[in-house]
Write a protein that binds this ligand. Sequence first.
Ligand SMILES: NC(=O)c1ccc[n+]([C@@H]2O[C@H](COP(=O)([O-])OP(=O)(O)OC[C@H]3O[C@@H](n4cnc5c(N)ncnc54)[C@H](OP(=O)(O)O)[C@@H]3O)[C@@H](O)[C@H]2O)c1
Length: 256
Amino acid sequence: MKDGAVDFRLDGRVALITGGSRGIGLAIARAFVAAGARLVISARKPEGLEAAAEELRALGGEVTPVACHTGDIEQVRALAARTVETYGTIDVLVNNAGANPYFGAMIDAEEWAWEKTVGVNLKGYFFLAQEAARVMMKQGKGSIVNVASIGGIKPGPMMGIYSITKAGVISLTQGLAKELAAHHIRVNAIAPGLINTKFSELLVNTKEIVEPALQGIPMGRYAEADEIAPAALYLASDAASYVTGTVLVVDGGAIA
Ligand SMILES: NC(=O)c1ccc[n+]([C@@H]2O[C@H](COP(=O)([O-])OP(=O)(O)OC[C@H]3O[C@@H](n4cnc5c(N)ncnc54)[C@H](OP(=O)(O)O)[C@@H]3O)[C@@H](O)[C@H]2O)c1
């Protein structure tokens, strides 16, 4: 822009955010509402979703909550279809709903832990990105933001399967970015470090785990979910018009 103003607005755009009922997904939803987007938020539990939708509407947002288990491909397809039925398109997809049901050594992990983690974190992201990309290709533009993790760059202790899925999310991001660039669809990932949410409450609230973890973070603290939302807004918006296939690390310096 000639006047130097940078365009972080999403006015009128339709954004679909998975895991939008709390934590990082809800923080992203708040930022997107403030930037003018219309939202579909999804999660499994209808109560949490409704409460989040009410909160977002109180901020002035147009928000449609849709219950969806992202490990179930039929539900994932129905979620994308419902978004298009409601608002006519999908401009932005934030793949964010993630699970880590098993905390322990990989050599002891059982098949259920693999199936559940890969199902939600990788298969769910893959097939929802596929659905959204098909819609975006028709309109000739769009932005996909995948919430990965620094575990996908450097595997976290006792989080082996989870880290494998997040490395897969980074590969998915880079591969799709190349495939979809010609259609003016950008695909990027965010790699958060340690963030204070329900997902990480065991880590954050266990002294023996959190103290060594904080020693590995140059900024000496974990972050709040609101500190991840600006990264998602940047990648979703036209401010990132030349950014695709990248992984934006937001981790207080941990990976450095
Ligand atoms: N917190 C961290 O330290 C951290 C660090 C790096 C990356 N991340 C990533 O950030 C993302 C969000 O995590 P968070 O920390 O915000 O977690 P959170 O506060 O526990 O929120 C998770 C959200 O995802 C939904 N969800 C969970 N499993 C689902 C499923 N199978 N299908 C559909 N929705 C599901 C939850 O709602 P329901 O329970 O109602 O389904 C909730 O809305 C995840 O991908 C996670 O891997 C987190």
